[in-house]
Design a protein around this ligand. Sequence first.
Ligand code: ADP
Ligand code: MG
Length: 566
Amino acid sequence: MIFGIDLGTTNSLICYLKDGKPEAIPNAMGKVLTPSVVGVDDTGTVFIGAAARERLYKFPNLTAHSFKRLMGTKQSIKLGAREYKPEDLSALVLRALKSDAEAYLGVEVKDVVISVPAYFNDNQRKATKLAGQLAGLNVLRLINEPTAAALFHGIQDYEAAAKFLIFDLGGGTFDVSILEKFDGIMEVRATGGDSFLGGDDFTQVLVSLFAEKASLSYAQKQNPSTLSAIRFVAENAKRSFSEQPQITLDVIIDGVQKSALIHLDEYEAACKGLLDRLRTPIERALRDARLRVSDLDELVMVGGATRMAIIRKLVTQLFGRLPARYIDPDQTIALGAAVCAGLIDRNIVFDEVVLTDVCPHTLGTEVIDYDYQNNPVGLTFLPIIERNIVVPASRVQSVLTAHDGQTQLSIRVFQGESRDCSKNVLLDTIEIDIPSKPKGEISADIRFTYDINGMLEVDVDVEKANIHKSLIISKLGAHVDPEELEERRKVLAALKIHPRDQEENRYLVERAERLYEQSLGERRNTVRLVLTQFISVLEKQDLLEIKKARDAFNMALNSLESEGIW
Ligand code: ADP
Ligand code: MG
């Protein structure tokens, strides 16, 4: 069986095909979403998911989140005594999904399809594949998130022809895709997005508004644990804006309760910059697909942040209509990844569905730029495969030598949209020795071939010299040295992971610890009493009694939290 995984910035989940229908698999806590959060405690035990998310409040330095934003970079994240690469942390989340799904289904989880933002570049995709390998998974395919969403949406009624736009706003990324469906063929017409724009940014606006209204001192505004406490409260408060026009944020800072009342209008005004940024990728995707808003038949909203009232309002204004159908915005992508898995598996149910995708970024090389008088004026980007071309695609461009007696061609392969190659991502370089001739006498054909898995093959032919050179650039994961992979896998395997079957108990304890810190007076005392009671039951290790106590404890925390903190 092949599984579909949405490895999100905020939440992750795993799905499978049950009797031909994609279905989400609950985690050790019985929840479908596992927060993409990893934490350690002072004994070095590693937590993944909801318990780790609770610890974000109290132990921001021992808890990592939003690391998907760092995928493909060399940055490390320090957690306690250790440094982790973003792929390592993603691998821990994947391992938790894997082991929870295995416990639930009783079968091994090995072959997977993982979704990535359409806007992920080559390095980010490789890092995702590497995370899968580190988690002991076999990543058969990376599917673009909006494509996965479309796939799920499309199979609901694959007879109907339609053009639709997928608007996916998650915690850290924004993706737009335009798809066309006809005769069971689903064609991605264009994709676009912003990999640094998501629901987290809308939380950050609330944090800033609070800091201003509650007149925090400069030192308080700089203090990481204060900021993380505000962010935690703001994150929950942001959700209330979906139901009410004003919210109050309460945070204890340096032992003093600070409050701020914020109106929806004022919040919307403060978010204007972010809302404006959402328009650009939509407009570009429409242009690339050569469509107008009025050509679209449907609008599909994906991602937790599309639940925000101000986002729904913006979308309604932009498109002049409400999103057509309601699909659970949290699960769509993973369900679509499971459908993709079914296609790979040649599952009979999807016999009639054909999926085509597009290349998310322009691929090209660097050449010398000339002005009208044919004087060299510097270097420029030469696009070979342009963004949003249907893949597989193959394109060729010819280049000439630029200097007399030139004996080498250096072909640098870039991904990106900028004329200035230093702003694009350098994928690789091909060096070719050529015979010395006057400039312009040697020409080389550079052919780029891009396949459905995002693998780029570059072939260079120097006809006069009978030279052929070929390079496969992004055969996913091929660049990882097997020894290094084994070494890193061993390090991760040696970590002490908090037992998944105890996850719920630990989550409740961490949640109570957080509530204790957030409260004062009588409420704080109540939290302390229910917490000590639960811990004493845990110590007796009687499973039946623990279960009973857990339910009571959970209810007590729910009611404490719903009444507000004070
Ligand atoms: P990702 O794809 O990054 O994993 P999700 O699709 O799970 O993200 O969305 C997470 C984002 O959705 C977060 O920024 C969170 O604050 C936001 N979110 C989730 N539920 C709501 C809600 N009810 N109202 C407003 N925002 C929400
Ligand atoms: Mg997502």
